[in-house]
Design a protein. Structure first.
Length: 315
């Protein structure tokens, strides 16, 4: 009986050793797979066709204007330190590597509105985002990259100098200009006060209508328009009585997300009234519309402008 018990003990020990050995092997395989899955800029360089070091004139102009914006608003906190042209992406593997690199948590990114410096943040994606915010950011960047980064696009490294040291980002461009860079695309310039216009009131008496328009604009760092969200309310009237009210809304942004909703809340009487819900954001954020309280909300992190409100217009 003792021999039998001893035999069971030996078998149990061997089983534990074998199980631990299998776990170690599996862990090692997992580690190797993780290492193999991790791509770098060096991998991307193997998938490009060499091109002239000079970038297109429009791209250079965009870089120059972006530099001016950074100098104006961020001073010495973030500046260009140089560029290094990598080449033209010539393979599907190169596209896949690019898409992976853009959203990798170790890559650097900037977000926020240069006209509101309290909103500006900069660092590695994995340091700025955690949990659901990290998932939203990475998924947004992957979706954007899938749409915009195609075979034949050019890529260069931008070297940045910041208050925390130097780092690099990948900048994708073509003959029409810059397509995406985590810094140049993550930062925007938006006046949160918006812009408004209204009818002059000098129209002939036979024109019994009046309108009011308000909108918010997002610009690229190099100054050109990137997106806009707004609404316009119009009242039709006889004397001092409103007979009908109309409203329309719009929202769009290049390489980002946009939402707009509007509805009439008072159609006739002494005045017309509407509600509006508007939002713009860069790919690393998310927008949603709540029908119950008629509002657009922003989640995640990223550059964004959201406006929800009510506007009344009298004859």
């Amino acid at each position: 009986m003792k021999k039998l018990i001893t035999g069971f003990k030996i078998l149990a020990v061997l089983s534990v050793l074998t199980l631990n050995s299998c776990r170690d092997d599996n862990n090692e395989i997992s580690k190797q797979e993780t290492i193999q899955a991790k791509v770098t800029t060096a991998d991307l360089k193997n998938e490009v066709t060499p091109i002239s070091q000079a970038v297109p004139e429009i791209v250079q102009s965009q870089l120059n204007e972006s530099q001016k914006s950074l100098e104006k608003y961020l001073k010495s906190d973030l500046q260009f330190a140089g560029v290094n042209v990598i080449g033209k992406i010539s393979t599907q593997k190169g596209i896949e590597i690019s898409q992976s690199l853009i959203s990798d948590k170790d890559q650097f990114i900037a977000l926020g509105n240069l006209l509101d410096l309290s909103s500006v943040k900069m660092g590695r994606i994995g340091d700025l985002y955690t949990g659901d915010d990290l998932t939203i950011a990475q998924n947004g960047l992957k979706e954007m990259a899938t749409e915009e980064i195609k075979t034949g696009i050019n890529v260069m490294e931008i070297i940045w100098s910041s208050k925390n040291g130097k780092f690099t980002t990948l900048c994708f461009y073509n003959d029409s200009g810059i397509v995406w860079d985590n810094i140049l695309g993550g930062l925007v310039m938006m006046d949160t006060r918006g812009t408004s216009e209204s009818s002059t009131g000098n129209e002939p008496a036979r024109v019994a209508s009046k309108w009011y328009k308000q909108w918010w604009t997002a610009n690229w760092l190099w100054g050109s328009k990137r997106g806009e969200a707004g609404y316009q309310i119009t009242v039709y009237y006889t004397g001092s009585t409103v007979s009908n009210t109309d409203v329309n809304d719009w929202a769009y942004i290049s390489l980002g997300k946009a939402k707009s909703e509007s509805k009439i809340t008072k159609n006739t009487g002494a005045y017309g009234q509407c509600r509006y819900a508007l939002g713009l954001c860069t790919p690393t954020g998310s927008l949603s519309f709540n029908a119950s309280n008629f509002s657009v909300s922003f989640s995640g992190l990223g550059s964004n402008v959201v406006n929800n409100g009510v506007k009344s217009l009298y004859p």
